[in-house]
Write a protein that binds this ligand. Structure first.
Ligand code: ARG
Length: 455
């Protein structure tokens, strides 16, 4: 294809290092779409005849049907998806195929194909994340007032509701979706027609190809058009963030499924047994989601490293842009599906959660708040008094709300029997009505809004 200037063919090792067809065959649909838009424009601008354009377009349709039926042939001699397709086109329609590459280069071609691919990937992720949000909202609604211990430092802190806890992940996914939406909006400009790097002397209409491919407009600088991979990095950075959230949720399920916690029973469908210990039910799917987050971040780092030292415009290093994006996308799609499945089917052991919430002095803050509210005591002093009450309860081996009144009075005379009303876990969560707080009423209100957001 570029043989004119060369006397000898490439060494076989050169052929191997140069070829991207083993992975960029994944771009075939986008490559055909880009070529069809390009040749339609060439015809309309009178750069190729309508008859030639029709022959090229029909040939591309035939090739698409072939790829669909039997995959893209991997021929290292032909280097990449662009050349594999063009050479098949020449087999099908003869030398007229050579007119397709007028007024473009593989540099703008691959930039266009890859943008189209990443745009589709974003749409697929968006659909997956919506599914995950729906699952979270449904389970949160079932458990809007199920009390569990809330943790800081993984130590029992204050009671919260399971619905509130699950809705925290809804908010994370909402931000993930907005990052992908930002990435999509920034990506949606068409580099096709920038040609090799400097634009073209042919009277092309870049607005026409941009519109045909669903882009908002053509890109505005031909050098930037062929050298920019921000869209791939935006995707990988958004994917990294999303995978961190999935990994944190996975980690919670792993902890919750452990025997000492026993907060959940993971579904059989997402667990494995041990070949040696018959009692085991291992949270493999969750562990792999946690592991995949590391690999996705690795993909993001890989492309940052590829791009960081490149001068304008195109360098062949940039061919390495695709494997990390493809890998990250496959891992992310799988992770989203696995976490959605787990959220939908996990069994929450709400009795166990409640039992632990009641046993960990989790309402100590409520006692201190009561002293502030009813006794007019400064919070720091109330904190101190409460600390003594907790110590007394610990010594007596009872939860705070079962400590006898005379014991409480011995600590501070301003305590009276009204305080018991705030010491139950249900009273504690019900009282936390501040915006975004864990009170079941607040949680239900946010769930109702979330359902509207999801449509
Ligand atoms: N396979 C190449 C890539 O993925 C296509 C662009 C080739 N351009 C070039 N000037 N060699 O980057």
């Amino acid at each position: 294809m570029w043989g004119g200037r060369f006397a000898a063919g490439p060494a076989s090792i050169m052929r191997e290092i140069n070829a991207s067809i083993p992975f960029d065959k994944r771009l075939w649909k986008q490559d055909i779409a880009g070529s069809k838009a390009h040749v339609a424009m060439l015809a309309r601008q009178g750069i190729v005849s309508q008859a030639d354009a029709d022959a090229i377009s029909a040939g591309l349709d035939t090739i698409a049907a072939e790829y669909e039926a039997s995959g893209v042939p991997v021929n290292l001699d032909l280097e990449d998806i662009h050349m594999v397709t063009e050479s098949r086109l020449a087999e099908l329609i003869g030398p007229v195929a050579g007119r397709l590459h007028t007024a473009r280069s593989r540099n703008d071609q691959v930039a266009t194909d890859f943008r189209l691919w990443v745009r589709d990937a974003i749409d697929e992720v968006e659909a997956g994340l919506i599914g995950l949000q729906r699952a979270l909202v449904a389970r949160a609604q079932d458990h809007a007032d199920a009390v569990m211990p809330g943790f800081t430092h993984l130590q029992s802190a204050q009671p919260v509701t399971l619905g509130h806890h699950l809705m925290a992940y809804y908010e994370m996914v909402r931000r993930d979706r907005s990052r992908f939406a930002d990435a999509r909006a920034r990506l949606n400009e068409c580099p096709l027609g920038a040609a090799a790097l400097a634009g073209t002397g042919f009277p092309t209409d870049r607005h026409m190809t941009a519109a045909a491919l669903g882009f908002v407009k053509p890109t505005d600088n031909s050098l930037d058009s062929v050298s920019d991979r921000d869209f791939a990095l935006d995707y990988l950075m958004a994917a990294t963030q999303a995978s961190l959230h999935l990994s944190r949720l996975a980690e919670e399920f792993i902890i919750w499924a452990s025997q000492p916690f026993g907060f959940v029973k993971l579904p059989d469908a997402y667990s494995t047994g041990s070949s040696i210990m018959p009692q085991k039910r291992n949270p493999d799917a969750a562990e792999l989601v946690r592991g995949h987050a590391g690999r996705i971040m690795g993909c993001m780092t890989a492309l940052c490293m590829t791009m960081k030292g490149l001068p304008l415009a195109y360098s062949k290093d940039m061919q390495d842009d695709k494997p990390p994006v493809f890998e990250a996308h496959d891992l992310l799609a799988l992770s989203i599906a696995a976490m959605t499945g787990m959220v939908e089917t996990v069994t929450f052991r709400t009795d166990r959660m409640r039992g632990l919430a009641e046993s960990g002095f989790a309402t100590a803050t409520d006692l201190a708040d009561w002293l502030v509210r009813e006794g007019g005591i400064p919070f720091r002093e109330a904190h101190h008094i409460t600390g003594r009450a907790v110590a007394a309860a610990e010594e007596a081996g009872v939860p705070l709300d079962q400590l006898p009144l005379d014991r409480l009075k011995a600590i501070d005379d301003r305590l009276d029997d009204r305080v018991y009303a705030v010491l139950t876990v249900d009273a504690s969560v019900a009282s936390r009505k501040s915006h975004g707080g864990t009170a079941p009423d607040q949680v239900r209100a946010r769930i109702a809004q979330a359902k509207e957001e999801l449509g």
